[in-house]
Write a protein that binds this ligand. Structure first.
Ligand SMILES: Cc1cc2nc3c(=O)[nH]c(=O)nc-3n(C[C@H](O)[C@H](O)[C@H](O)COP(=O)(O)OP(=O)(O)OC[C@H]3O[C@@H](n4cnc5c(N)ncnc54)[C@H](O)[C@@H]3O)c2cc1C
Length: 399
């Protein structure tokens, strides 16, 4: 039997997420939206860290880690339920602070040696460490990050040169590295042999912030996601010992392709955003009257709201299905269900936010109402963790 009702623990987790959203995320976002260019970035970073620590204390960042390493031992579906609640308050906080920090440690869980698991997972759980994954690179490694063509000139150029017992990393990561300016630990994808095809040589390295040679650039200004901290990461002769390599040399693509939890958790954050756009539009449509009745009673408006609800429900089913498949059919989850779920959740968030802007009329484009901000936030999802076109192209061989 297929039962989509959350159990008692999941309901409790969702309640905890809702309370955290009300008590911690919304006041932070209200404060952030009132800031301007003169606000000290250090102040913004410090408050972002406080928010992260508060969520971490509730177990949000180690929800997916097994109990034997000190984690909560939750499943992907649990994280999805939580992240929709956080995403309903703010998609950037949900995605960058909580989805990312809950899923990046899975790299170590999946591919690390037992001693790396014990040491690194222990550190992530015990300390308030913010994580970052540095893969993409300007010009050469956006959509072509994992390009399967056997052409050594394509994709990531950052090099990890063998040096005695360790490696030396040099290269430049794109301006979109999430959490770059806040991060305590980076997971950097680099090539151990630039002459060999991309897929045979990409490897993942664990690098602590502050390691000599690692520098973070200026914060990238996005059209939305005010709570985010994206920046370039520069690596200039970063010396690491051999224990920094996670998994084996050349295993990078395999590691990243077997973590459907990342796109699924991101998708869940966008369900929250899509839900908030519906709520915003509904409240307005019930209040605002034109031609003698609330605008929800004009069919053109009512139908838009019905579409928003139907598409949100459809996207949620896809995200839940993908999350459940992580346990039952991880191959299908990774190749088809996760990219489809991320594509659908972001598409619905974009469409719903545009409909909300329409329904709010002139107020849709004011700062007084959230609809315009939510639309910008929704569009940020389009290229984050691969564009919808690249995700769909990646599905084709598995159809
Ligand atoms: C908010 C945000 C957060 C991010 N976080 C991170 C992060 O934490 N770590 C990280 O490493 N990177 C991160 N990125 C980078 C992200 O992964 C890339 O931006 C994304 O993969 C797209 O690459 P690009 O910008 O180079 O687009 P391009 O590759 O330049 O693509 C431009 C357009 O061409 C299309 N296109 C390109 N190639 C093809 C093709 N072969 N077939 C069909 N269409 C194609 C694309 O779909 C797109 O529409 C982030 C990006 C954003 C926006």
């Amino acid at each position: 039997m297929l039962d989509l009702r959350p159990d008692d623990d999941q309901r409790m987790l969702r309640d905890t997420g809702q309370q955290f959203a009300r008590r911690d995320i919304l006041p932070f976002i209200e404060w952030l939206n009132a800031t301007d260019a003169s606000t000290d970035i250090e102040d913004i970073s410090a408050r972002t860290r406080q928010l992260f620590s508060a969520g971490k204390a509730l177990g949000f960042t180690h929800l997916l880690l097994p109990e034997r390493y000190g984690g909560v031992g939750g499943r992907c579906i649990d994280a999805v339920l939580l992240l929709e609640e956080l995403g309903a308050a703010d998609v950037a906080v949900a995605a960058d602070l909580f989805a990312l920090n809950a899923t990046v440690p899975l790299i170590v869980l999946q591919a690390g040696s037992e001693s790396q698991r014990e040491q690194l997972l222990g550190e992530f759980i015990e300390q308030d460490l913010i994580l970052s994954g540095a893969l993409s690179e300007p010009t050469v490694a956006g959509s072509e990050l994992f390009c399967p063509q056997p052409d050594a000139s394509l994709g990531i150029r950052t090099q990890a040169r063998r040096d005695g017992d360790g490696f030396v990393l040099s290269g430049q990561k794109s301006a979109f590295i999430t959490n770059a300016a806040l991060a305590d630990r980076f997971f950097v994808m680099a090539r151990t042999d630039p002459a060999r095809p991309l897929h045979d040589t990409l490897s993942v390295f664990h690098v602590a912030a502050g390691t000599p040679g690692l520098q973070v650039g200026r914060r990238t200004e996005l059209i939305g996601w005010r709570a985010s901290h994206h920046a370039e990461v520069l690596l200039d002769g970063v010396r690491l010992d051999s224990s920094a390599l996670i998994g084996r040399e050349g295993q990078g693509v395999a590691i990243m392709s077997s973590l459907p939890q990342m796109p699924i958790c991101l998708a869940a954050c966008f369900l929250g955003l899509a839900r908030t756009t519906l709520q915003t539009a509904l409240e307005y449509a019930r209040e605002r009257r034109s031609w003698g009745k609330p605008i929800i009673e004009h069919q053109a408006v009512g139908l838009k709201l019905a579409d928003m609800r139907a598409e949100l429900d459809a996207a949620r089913l896809m995200v839940w299905d993908a999350a459940l498949a992580v346990d039952t059919d991880p191959q299908a989850a990774a190749t088809l269900k996760a990219p489809a779920a991320k594509t659908m959740a972001v598409d619905v968030a974009i469409r719903n936010s545009q409909r909300a802007v329409e329904i709010l009329g002139a107020y849709g484009v004011t700062r007084e109402y959230p609809a315009g901000r939510l639309m910008n936030d929704a569009w940020v999802g389009y290229a984050c963790d691969f564009t919808r076109d690249m995700l769909r192209l990646g599905m084709v061989p598995f159809l």
